[in-house]
Design a protein. Structure first.
Length: 317
């Protein structure tokens, strides 16, 4: 493929994720307004389920093709990127307060998922039966979200009554939402593939490409959603999306991969000694202050970005 074609497809991917992010977030905000469900809960459910599709696809494909390290590294690495890089940027730009009633249980479940995964993997593998404990965490997370969504919608109806929309309005908004996530996913793949090809043409070492474009690549939907949320001042949607995506990565994707790999998922030394400790560290730095103080601070964004940079350097070295 010619250099011009690579650049053109790279720019097309960039355009798709920018416009897709705009449509996707607008659709998510409309869902929150139309249903009365709090923005944080919409971000933690609908948005996070949509943005974790790349991680789910890559991990399952990796296991089926025998690339177990890729599957595990993708799931855990995506969580670290979501917190260290994406939440770090979000908190640095919008150091917002949190709704303790909605936030605390989700944050605690995410911390529980990281700690539980670290304990379960100590032997060097994630067995299917112990891995079902992660499914329990996911079930609790889903139940909590459904409860908050129901109570939020009921409260909205009491205060403002039911909002009525025509079928055309509903179809247009949901259509834009679907087009948005499709644009983000396709654009992300174009950006990863042709960004990597462009970097090779420019002489960038493959090791650096692996821990930048490819490592962050499956987290691009969360990154795009967060950057769009920052521009549109939708901090709750951004934080909910990141926490939800992380819970899904940790409690749903890895147990599924364990089942597909024959009941035991091998965990390599790097994951045990670097990836999981890094993931746990950024999770604690990100979630402890809002759990105790009820808000995110700008200094957390700085610390998270520094920690993620150190993690990237350790991976390369």
């Amino acid at each position: 493929m010619s250099l011009y074609a690579i650049v053109l497809l790279f720019l097309l991917g960039l355009g798709l994720i920018v416009k897709g992010g705009d449509w996707f977030l607008d659709g998510a905000v409309w869902i929150a307004e139309a249903t009365g469900v709090p923005r944080f809960i919409v971000g933690a459910t609908v948005v996070s389920l949509a943005t974790t599709l790349p991680e789910l696809t890559v991990s399952i494909t990796g296991v089926l093709e025998g690339e177990v390290d890729l599957a595990v590294g993708n799931a855990i690495g995506s969580v670290t990127a979501n917190i260290g890089l994406i939440l770090g940027l979000s908190v640095l730009c919008i150091p917002s307060a949190v709704n303790r009633k909605q936030f605390d249980i989700k944050a605690l479940l995410m911390l529980c998922a990281v700690a539980l995964l670290t304990i379960l993997c100590r032997s060097g593998s994630l067995a299917l039966l112990p891995g079902l404990l992660l499914f329990v965490v996911f079930a609790l997370y889903l139940f909590s979200n459904l409860h908050d969504a129901q109570s939020g919608a009921a409260s909205r109806r009491e205060k403002h009554g039911l909002r009525h929309f025509s079928r055309r309005q509903i179809a247009e908004k949901l259509g834009l939402f679907a087009l948005g996530i499709t644009g983000i996913i396709i654009g992300s793949q174009l950006l990863i593939d042709h960004g990597s090809a462009l970097a090779v043409r420019l002489g960038v070492p493959s090791s650096i490409i692996g821990v930048t474009l490819v490592a962050v690549g499956t987290s691009l939907p969360e990154l795009v959603t967060t950057l769009t949320a920052i521009v549109k001042k939708e901090a709750s949607m951004s934080v909910g999306n990141i926490i939800g995506a992380n819970v899904i990565d940790l409690t749903l994707i890895l147990p599924i991969c364990s089942a597909l790999s024959g009941g035991s998922l091998a965990i390599n030394r790097q994951t045990l000694t670097l990836d999981l400790p890094a993931c746990l560290t950024v999770a604690v730095v990100a979630l402890f202050p809002p759990l105790f103080k009820g808000r995110f601070y700008r200094w957390q964004g700085v610390v998270l970005l520094v920690l993620y940079t150190v993690y990237m350097i350790l991976l390369i070295s």
